[in-house]
Write a protein that binds this ligand. Structure first.
Ligand SMILES: C[S@@+](CC[C@H](N)C(=O)[O-])C[C@H]1O[C@@H](n2cnc3c(N)ncnc32)[C@H](O)[C@@H]1O
Length: 306
């Protein structure tokens, strides 16, 4: 995040844009060639390849021309706490950004549906029960616990058939949860999968499970713990032959959803395909139905639901 006075932005807007563009490109290279980057880091810093790989998977890079409201407000607090700004400064998020350089994204981190420790706790309790809570596992061992969509494995088989997924496919899974669908597609069909998950607790558990799987799976599934609209900036354009999402887009407020569709179009390679399983309203909804959707599944009708 770069902070400056409006005058500095006006004087140097082009230079600032060019700097951000350079950072975005550097990140795309970093994400596009994991094997090359891991090998270079391992050689240059004398690390074991496995350690370089762990480092690579732990790096979260996200230069983007967008910023979330909580991040912005937290920055304002920090600037006040550290005395850079006087404590009485009050500002609304829209007045803190310069729309020539970036725009505000809505706070989707408020999803409370899954970000309950109980979900991860339940997972590990179940795995303990079958003695798979540590050590090596197969992606098949955890299928009962890592699929959070309708139809379980059957839906994944159907997806693979519809999109002709095979060992040449490069799949992007938006809203990957505990990583079950990503591991299954990689393990069963030999494709590479990039799995993007917003919620930290789920992302961390997903990474942990994938890391313990057979190498055919652990080497092919790449986890990114970020809002998809942010992650998309760091992913190489035109590089995915398939984009898949199960019950994810319903959580996006309307402006973010439109943005996400644009990002998906950019990320697809020529002839690439998208499969989304999601809620759609077939008829106008009553207020009671809207309230129920909002409360029970965090479906963001408030900012556009059609
Ligand atoms: C119903 S779950 C499905 C998880 C997984 N696809 C599966 O089928 O097991 C939807 C997931 O989308 C994630 N999600 C929602 N909004 C997101 C966003 N903006 N970026 C990335 N992930 C998001 C949620 O955190 C949740 O884990």
């Amino acid at each position: 995040m770069t902070a400056s006075t409006p005058q500095v932005v006006s004087e140097h807007a082009d230079a600032l844009k060019a700097m951000m563009g350079g950072l975005v490109e550097a990140c795309q290279v970093f994400r596009a060639e994991p094997d090359k980057i891991i090998a270079t880091v391992s050689e240059k810093y004398g690390l074991q390849p496995q350690d370089a790989k762990s480092w690579y998977e732990g790096v979260e890079l996200c230069p983007a021309f967008v910023i979330s409201e909580p991040a912005l407000m937290r920055t304002l607090e920090v600037l006040k706490e550290t005395g850079v700004l006087p404590p009485q400064v009050q500002a609304s998020p829209n007045h803190l950004i310069d729309s020539r350089l970036c725009h505000l994204i809505h706070d989707v981190t408020g999803i409370k549906l899954y970000d309950k420790l109980e979900l991860v706790e339940y997972l590990y309790r179940s795995l303990r029960h079958i003695n798979k809570h540590k050590g090596a596992i197969s992606f098949r061992d955890v299928l009962l616990y890592d699929q959070h969509h309708h139809g379980g494995v059957k839906a994944l088989e159907e997806c693979a058939k519809l999109l002709s997924i095979n060992d040449k496919s490069r799949v992007l899974n938006v809203g990957s949860g505990l990583g079950g669908p990503a591991r299954y597609l990689a393990g069963q069909f030999g494709c590479e999968v990039t799995a993007v998950e917003l919620q930290r607790s789920l992302h961390v558990a997903a990474q942990e499970l994938t890391g313990r799987c057979e190498s055919e799976v652990s080497s092919r599934v790449h986890h990114i713990g970020l809002d998809f609209n942010l992650a998309a900036f760091a992913l190489p354009k035109g590089s995915f032959s398939a984009i898949v999402a199960w019950l994810t887009f319903l959580h996006f407020p309307r402006p973010d959803r439109l943005e996400a569709f644009k990002r998906c179009a950019e990320l697809l390679s020529e002839g690439g395909q998208v499969l989304l399983e999601d809620f759609v309203s077939l008829a106008p909804l009553s207020q009671a139905e809207k309230d129920q959707l909002q409360e029970s599944v965090f479906c963001r009708y408030d900012l556009g639901f059609d």
